[in-house]
Ligand binder design. Structure first.
Ligand code: DC
Length: 217
């Protein structure tokens, strides 16, 4: 059986992962997967169920219990909760503040790993997150890690109209015990300070094409 191609794009918050990943996916005709949206959906679900976010056991139990499904709409994977797509709800500041707590729970990460690996049912993927190249698809030949200085990333968030403590988020993403954010082995590291989204995307597209061509020889 031919294995799907997985392009793993990890990196810090506001490093341009989402826009870049969508552009790369569109270029190759692959399906785009936003794994952050999956953690956000769980955080939103916990809030709606009044689950104490500081209670790891309760959050882990909620994750085992909730009814989810994945659908592929126009080459983008969506997570549905009880058949509902909480598109807006997962982007509120309340949900954003809640996500790091659920993302730090070991049982949640185990559950998400199975779910995210199952996305290969949709064929070739561009998957963005924090641990795609290290934990979810560590064997892929296509790993990228995006970053930019904190000041520049904070400016980008402000420009998007979002006020967020990125230093705090960086800290919780990189210090958690399970699957912390780190540069995957073999990843191409792109510090995109001063670069446009087009330039970052093109760099990835060129590198993927180079690695695909190298496979044929
Ligand atoms: O990329 P994002 O801002 O939507 O991610 C939301 C949160 O989820 C953020 O705190 C990092 C976490 N996350 C994670 O731990 N692992 C992933 N694969 C994706 C996101």
């Amino acid at each position: 059986m031919i294995q799907p191609i997985i392009i793993a794009i990890d990196g810090t918050s506001a490093s341009g992962k989402s826009t870049t990943s969508k552009r790369v996916a569109r270029h190759f005709g692959y399906t785009y997967v936003d794994t952050g949206a999956m953690y956000r959906a769980l955080a939103w679900y916990c809030l709606t169920q009044h689950i104490d976010l500081h209670n790891e056991k309760a959050v882990g139990a909620a994750c085992r219990k909730w009814k989810t499904s994945l659908v592929n709409v126009d080459h983008q994977v969506r997570i549905l909760v009880d058949g509902y797509y909480p598109e807006k709800e997962i982007r509120t500041s309340e949900t954003s503040a809640a996500v790091p707590f659920v993302a730090a729970v070991g049982k949640v990460r185990e559950w998400m790993k199975t779910l995210q690996q199952s996305c290969s049912q949709f064929g070739n993927l561009v998957m963005e997150g924090r641990d795609i190249g290290t934990t979810i698809f560590p064997d892929t030949d296509f790993k990228f890690y995006l970053d930019a200085p904190l000041a520049e990333r904070s400016k980008r968030r402000w420009a998007d109209g979002v006020s967020e403590d990125l230093a705090k988020r960086d800290h919780s993403d990189s210090q958690r015990a399970t699957s912390p954010l780190m540069i995957p082995l073999g990843a191409m590291v792109i510090n995109n300070a001063g670069m446009t989204i087009e330039q970052t995307s093109q760099l990835i597209i060129d590198e993927v094409q180079r690695r695909l061509a190298a496979r044929k020889h």
